[in-house]
Ligand binder design. Structure first.
Ligand code: ZN
Ligand code: ZN
Length: 143
């Protein structure tokens, strides 16, 4: 899986002036295999399960770089939790207050930043929206 130059991830890393390393490709592969949204710790655990373990800091640093480059998506679902995913389309998230599940929410604009701040804070390149409430599953249980 590593070092395939045709891999779009590799192209995007190189285009941004970054080296294509095994950890960087491995964390993207892990996110694709896992699907949906996962913390750095979950990606780390998955790589151990598939016998391609990486140091935790390497997983974390790779995820941060790839998210900064827009290769993977990062959502701050709080409190204290950041999840990553292999996603092609910019979107937002809904977090259920009851079960903690994370759901994708389409972005009506489609590319960041899709919101403007109310004040002049500087140059904005991204706006993440976290919707919170009770998910459909939990609403169903309560009825
Ligand atoms: Zn729920
Ligand atoms: Zn998502």
């Amino acid at each position: 899986m590593a070092d395939e130059p045709s891999e779009p991830v590799a192209i995007r890393l190189q285009a941004a002036g970054h080296r294509v390393t095994r950890p960087r490709l491995a964390v993207v592969a892990a996110l694709r295999e896992l699907g949906e949204h996962h913390t750095a710790d979950e990606v780390h655990a998955h790589l151990i399960r598939r016998d391609t373990p990486l140091p935790r800091t390497s997983v974390y640093n790779s995820l941060v770089l790839l998210a900064d480059l827009g290769v993977v998506m990062r959502a701050d679902i709080g409190p204290g939790a950041v999840v990553y995913e292999a996603a092609d389309a910019w979107h937002h998230h809904f977090v259920c207050r009851s079960c903690g599940s994370v759901h994708d929410v389409p972005c009506v604009i489609g590319t960041p930043p899709c919101l403007s701040p109310g004040g002049d804070v500087g140059r904005v390149d991204e706006a993440q929206v976290i919707f919170r409430g009770i998910c459909r599953n939990c609403l169903g249980d309560a009825q």
